[in-house]
Design a binder for this molecule. Structure first.
Ligand code: NDP
Length: 434
């Protein structure tokens, strides 16, 4: 049995949210980072001026913010420059603009400095990726969860992981737990990008972050403990709606860490992502050539005014590679196909019987580009980030402390996603293949 989210809206909730929405709340948002995701966030905030009264886009390169503001052309957008690695610069920015909430769509390296500045200036916080130290390809929530007490005492809300995955996948899980399951036992998050950007090799979001993530060891949760695998060791074909079978690889992904804590009945939780053979061949070469290294190497660079002489400079090979790879922001114009991301869940349904359930969204790269000038991966991340900030400003997701998205009510968030370009669908009692 399949049904779409449009038919899901139950009358009571619709009336409830209508009343909440009627009690209009507005606010000022500061978007930090103006890459692919930041551009989508800015477009979507501008489309909702009843909530986002004023929008500030700030990033390391101000000219990029200016270009996005110009393309949107809304009167309520201003731009600024900031190095988000510097708490004093952030504090100055926050004091100048006095935002109600910051949407952090810079890089995971900046999460903690931005959270520090939020605490210093009394600003609420939202991000889409958990903190990662620059010198170690390792991500986990412990660094950001350590801020819980300070945010709670300051009466500030921090919403962690509010993109698609992490983000919508965790909200899907919360929705399944709230409406359909007595007990969630098996959770598989499945992420397929069946799009084609017509480049030999490119990543769909920041290449440095993307390659660090994919080349890590795999990790999943089973029977109360973490099981480690070699990178991309476990894989199998999975069938995606409107797409068909695609080889899918088990990866470590951050939302599993909070979901198994928030849903302790989960016996096994895994994350799968599709990769084409060509992508994997290139990735293999990049690794074998040492270009995915994140340690500094010394390089003798010729002097600009005297090429016969050299100067020793330190470079990080992966950062150099990022500089020569296609910019994910430029992929959109020639991108076709769609993404399909969702949760496949097995457990005990509300009637006490075993239930299998699949909730997902398919997003067209072409439609995303038409609307925002960015491809589907930036779109599926930016729309939920805007939606989370909207939930906060409307007072629906306002809970002092540091929280992962599944800790909030999923219903109003999913209602908004339907209207903002990411409709979702449910299939009951289906073959999950896993
Ligand atoms: P991009 O590389 O396209 O953009 C990053 C932006 O951050 C750039 O504008 C960059 O500025 C800016 N930036 C980097 N460092 C600093 C700094 N020190 N101070 C100020 N600005 C800085 O990345 P994406 O837009 O693709 O990704 C953004 C975030 O979204 C990443 O954290 C990524 O992990 C996350 N993401 C989350 C997903 C999810 O589903 N949850 C999926 C995809 C991405 P400049 O242009 O000057 O370099």
């Amino acid at each position: 049995m399949m049904r779409t989210s449009e038919r899901n809206s139950n009358g009571f909730y619709s009336l409830f949210y209508l009343l909440l929405f009627y009690k209009k709340k507005m606010g000022k948002v500061l978007i930090i980072g103006c890459g692919g995701v930041g551009t989508v966030v800015a477009h979507k905030c501008a489309q909702n001026p009843d909530v986002f009264e004023q929008i500030v886009i700030a990033s390391r390169t101000k000219s990029k913010c200016d270009a996005v503001a110009k393309a949107i052309g809304a009167p309520n957008i201003t731009t600024d420059a900031v190095d988000a690695d510097s708490v004093p610069q952030l504090v100055e920015l926050f004091k100048k603009h006095r935002p109600d909430i910051v949407i952090n769509v810079a890089l995971p390296y900046q999460d903690l400095t931005i959270m520090d500045a939020c605490l210093e200036c009394g600003v609420n916080y939202l991000d889409t990726a958990n903190y990662e130290p620059r010198d170690e390809a390792h991500f986990e929530y412990s660094w950001q969860w350590a801020y819980r007490e300070r945010f709670e005492k300051a009466g500030l809300t921090a919403i962690l992981g509010c993109g698609f995955d992490p983000g919508v996948t965790s909200v899907y899980t919360a929705y399944a737990a709230k409406h359909h399951f007595k007990e969630i036992q098996y959770l598989d998050i499945v992420d397929c990008n069946a799009g084609n950007h017509h480049k030999a090799f490119a990543t769909n979001f920041n290449p440095e972050i993307n390659i660090r993530e994919i080349t890590q060891k795999g990790l999943y949760w089973e029977n109360g403990k973490w099981v480690e695998t070699e990178p991309l060791e476990i894989h199998q074909p999975l069938t995606y709606p409107e797409i068909g079978p695609r080889e899918s690889y088990l990866l470590h992904h951050e939302e599993i860490e909070s979901l198994v804590l928030n849903y302790p009945t989960i016996k096994r939780a895994r994350f799968w992502m599709t990769f084409g053979q060509q992508y994997l061949t290139y990735l293999d070469c990049i690794q074998n050539l040492g270009m995915s290294r994140i340690d500094e190497i010394e390089y003798s660079a010729p002097l600009a005014d005297n090429p016969d002489k050299t100067v020793k400079v330190k470079i990080v090979p992966l950062q150099f590679l990022k500089a020569v790879l296609p910019n994910p922001q430029d992929l959109g114009s020639n991108y076709d196909g769609q993404t399909s991301i969702g949760c496949r869940i097995r457990g005990i349904g509300n009637d006490g019987k075993e239930l299998t359930y699949y909730i997902y969204n398919n997003c067209s790269h072409e439609a995303a580009y038409k609307e925002t000038g960015m491809q589907g991966v930036s779109y599926t991340t930016g729309v939920p980030a805007m939606t989370g900030a909207m939930m906060f400003l409307k007072g629906i997701w306002n809970k002092p402390g540091v929280h992962n998205v599944e800790e909030f009510d999923p219903d109003p968030f999913l209602d908004v996603l339907n209207k903002q370009g990411l409709p979702w669908h449910e299939i009951f009692n289906c073959d999950l293949e896993l």
